[in-house]
Design a protein around this ligand. Structure first.
Ligand code: ADP
Length: 164
């Protein structure tokens, strides 16, 4: 049986912390569906289509990663894809608090879906999409924190925003 998990997130943008979880997840699962959540409650910097494009470029040679996006409930998306495992990462106690609420809400909606968590690696523990946006905004380097494809896109986006 092929073991598949969905790795959902805003990925606004994807960081090396996310990539590390995906790489390690591939040692456990045969295939991962990295799914951009089109989340209406967060105000994203990148449009879902732009986030998808970055992910597609990053994973273009990864046979075991599929990139997709979904709107609405994660459990509905998982049902539609016929997948019962959700892979997420965890950095600290604030992640724990948020993630435990997420799991309980989703388990209420569909008790068959299982959430699997991977603890971040130390060097990524501080890394978040918001931090990286600040680093790049103030002229810092994204080296070791984001993929070069993401760094270029982020610089272009932030420069365009400064001009407007
Ligand atoms: P969401 O808006 O769904 O929380 P994110 O893109 O912010 O989406 O995060 C997706 C998942 O990746 C979450 O489980 C989050 O805890 C995890 N994550 C984010 N940054 C890191 C990191 N540096 N190391 C490990 N996991 C991370």
């Amino acid at each position: 049986m092929c073991k598949i998990a969905i790795c959902p997130g805003s990925f606004d943008p994807i960081t090396n912390g996310h990539l590390n979880i995906i790489e390690r997840g591939l040692k456990i699962f045969d295939k991962l569906i990295v799914a951009v959540a089109v989340n209406v409650t967060k105000k994203p910097i990148f449009e879902p289509q732009e986030r998808l494009e970055m992910l597609k470029e990053i994973f273009k040679d990864s046979k075991h990663v599929e990139v997709d996006s979904f709107k609405g409930l994660l459990v509905e998306y998982a049902k539609k894809r016929g997948v019962k495992a959700i892979l997420r990462g965890m950095r600290n106690m604030s992640d724990y608090e948020y993630e435990s609420q997420l799991v309980l809400a989703n388990k209420t909606l569909d008790p068959d879906v299982e959430f699997i968590y991977m603890m971040t690696e130390g060097k990524y523990a501080h890394l978040s999409s918001s931090i990286i946006k600040e680093v790049i905004t103030f002229g810092g380097s994204g080296c070791g924190m984001i993929h070069p494809i993401v760094e270029k896109r982020l610089k272009d986006k932030l420069r365009a925003e400064i001009k407007t």
